[in-house]
Design a protein around this ligand. Sequence first.
Ligand SMILES: [Zn+2]
Ligand SMILES: [Zn+2]
Length: 275
Amino acid sequence: MRLTILGSGSSQGWPGVFCGCKFCQQARTLGGKDIRTRSGALLGEKHKIDFPPDSFAQALRQNLDWSKLEHLFFTHAHSDHFYPAEIKMRRDSFNRPPEGKEDQGVLYIYGSESVYQGLTAVLPDLNEFGVVFHELKPFKAIKAGTVTAVPLLANHMAGDAFIYLFSQGDKTLLYALDTGWFPKATWDFLASGPILNCVVLDATFGLGPGGGGHMGVPEVMETKAELSRLGLLTDSSIVIASHFSPHGGLNHAQLEELLSPHGISPAYDGMVTDI
Ligand SMILES: [Zn+2]
Ligand SMILES: [Zn+2]
């Protein structure tokens, strides 16, 4: 399973769209891994997690082709993860099918009821856009091509948000952004589940503390310790922190210095991990 982190920033991006703080100015100077677009990731070429407003720019930057997407999982309906206006570009008048194909094919979209409401508010007739929606219920697995996904309850957006346990072959990925300390039902589910080969955790607030449905580095370390205590991590499990806000106050080099000794890698835009 190949995980590509396309965006490693929080809601305003880093530098923030309109932000003039010293951390955003520093990022504008440093460039490189200190430029963080809004949160999203790709599994292989056909499975995507979230579709933020930066998705088009991310595809250009990474030389990706969204016409190959088949499955799109939404964590929740906050605008830094969910930008349905762009999915309108699937309308027939805006694109043509690949050579030798009659139509553009179906994009399967997965999410909660509020994602469905948000999606159909912008795209009232999903069929017109080649979209088929599957409403997910917490802890109920769904098969999406070669990937199995289990939505787990996040501690975010008054409980109307998911983190995901993905599996493909014998590999597993826990994708857990936009959540504070996991709800008990999620811990209980994980405790009875498989070993985790890769875990992506929310470190929005940098040095922290976390709050408001996000974590900081202290909670990321506690979450890793709890996953280890439950026997869910091995020496080869990969732990990544992401969704960084500029106001967490740590640039990429500082995050690396802080996290690496604890076996945690700070994400950056374009980070590719073979799980
Ligand atoms: Zn977010
Ligand atoms: Zn959010």
